[in-house]
Write a protein of this length. Structure first.
Length: 107
């Protein structure tokens, strides 16, 4: 039975202990006294399951938005050194809106 990280997170601690009882690995040694988050981490390590959740940006060109953010941050630094606070505020707001646009498009 192939398990994923998401499936393991949805299981109860008792179910995780039952799975850990069939695994002979140092990561799940002492599984009877482990809390759920440690059990999930140990089982993932023992079964070599990727714990990182990959997200995708849908409907936007992520690289172009990130390059816009990078250029805006350079402009922000220049405005800060010139002490142009109105321009600084505008640039910070633009960076924030682009970051929020990326977050909303993330699945």
């Amino acid at each position: 039975m192939a398990l994923s990280y998401e499936e393991l997170k949805k299981m109860t601690a008792a179910q995780l202990r039952e799975i850990a009882s069939g695994i002979d690995h140092d990561a799940v040694h002492g599984y009877t006294t482990m809390h759920k988050e440690h059990l999930v981490k140990g089982i993932c390590e023992a079964l070599e399951i990727d714990m990182h959740v990959h997200h995708e940006v849908v409907g936007l060109n992520k690289t172009s938005i990130k390059s816009q953010i990078k250029s805006l941050k350079k402009q922000r630094d220049e405005a800060l050194s010139k002490q142009d606070y109105t321009e600084l505020k505008r640039l910070r707001h633009k960076v924030k809106t682009l970051k929020n646009k990326l977050k909303k498009a993330t699945v």
